[in-house]
Design a protein around this ligand. Structure first.
Ligand code: ATR
Length: 281
């Protein structure tokens, strides 16, 4: 296909076959009538710096960065405040010949809560974040940005949670897993960022029976779509957001940067990804 007249973006990773980004952006290109293309680019760690340098020559206006290149992308581009604070870039674009980057997981996470639990951030005193890995960084950054008074970061390895208070300031309180049952009772927001509850992993050991009726539950896992945590939230009648909404909303900013149109997350798009996720392999 000729790339002369169309704007193109890509997802760069190794491996990259699993990425759902081409489905999401492909849907928006069609729906919004944008003459463009979005492709997968399998790029090894060794090839990544040279690939990035030649991005424009390859016909790209930007793209998404997936593992294992998110930290390297930060070093090789001009990151915005979010990407720098999180320590990883997942979206890049060429701006006047310069490679710039951001991390859209923050917007993805915040938007998924805005949709699943509108008003969740109003007078939010205590938020509990389970996990202190890469995904938790975007979540904690977003919660501090939205003004949460206290963000309790619960992690099995307490040293990893302690790094969060150094990185994100005094609103962040690192704690061990044993503090979790007590902390969730008063929390206005509880978010799982661990890999517990993901298909093939052990379940998240949590009991929602004592939490506040107005608590909002956030989940970043989307395989399965409805984790045990979300099932428990539904059973308790608690408002919640899932990992698929976070995935879809994080993609909005990239599309807007590359193609100049702010795309819409529609039920139809959600269904396309659900079908893909539940497709028999
Ligand atoms: P990601 O970058 O996707 O967030 P990660 O950095 O591997 O992934 O983080 C996974 C999170 O799940 C971590 O908080 C991890 O806890 P540790 O820091 O103690 O490893 C948490 N996690 C994974 N398996 C766990 C388990 N069996 N029990 C408790 N926490 C677990």
């Amino acid at each position: 296909m000729s790339t002369d007249n169309i704007r193109a973006a890509c997802v760069m990773g190794w491996p990259v076959a699993h990425s759902r980004s081409p489905l999401i952006h492909g849907y928006w290109l069609k729906r919004h009538g944008v003459k463009g293309d979005y492709r997968r680019e399998a790029v090894t760690a060794g090839d990544f710096p040279a690939f990035l340098k030649s991005l424009g020559e390859r016909g790209y206006v930007g793209g998404n960065i997936t593992q294992p290149h998110k930290e390297m992308a930060l070093k090789l581009t001009e990151p915005d405040e979010r990407a720098r604070a999180i320590g990883a870039a997942n979206t890049i674009w060429i701006d006047n010949g310069k490679l710039r980057s951001t991390n859209t997981d923050v917007i993805g996470f915040l938007s998924s809560l805005d949709v699943g639990g509108p008003g969740w951030d109003k007078n939010l005193m205590d938020a509990v974040v389970l996990g202190a890995g890469g995904a938790a960084r975007a979540v904690v950054y977003g919660l501090v940005e939205r003004g949460a008074e206290r963000v309790h970061v619960v992690n099995r390895t307490i040293a990893r949670a302690e790094v969060f208070s150094e990185r994100f300031g005094p609103r962040v309180h690192p704690v061990g897993w044993d503090a979790m049952p007590r902390l969730i009772k008063d929390a206005g927001l509880i978010v799982n960022t661990t890999s517990l509850g993901m298909t093939g992993n052990p379940e998240l050991p949590i009991d929602l029976s004592g939490v506040r009726d107005d608590a909002v539950i956030g989940e970043i896992i989307y395989v399965p779509l409805k984790t045990k945590l979300l099932q428990a939230a539904e059973k308790r009648g608690l408002r919640h957001s899932d990992g698929l909404d976070m995935l879809l909303y994080q993609a909005v900013r990239g599309f807007e940067l590359w193609f100049g149109v702010k795309p819409t997350v529609t039920p139809e798009l959600r269904q396309i990804i659900v079908d893909e996720l539940t497709k028999k392999k």
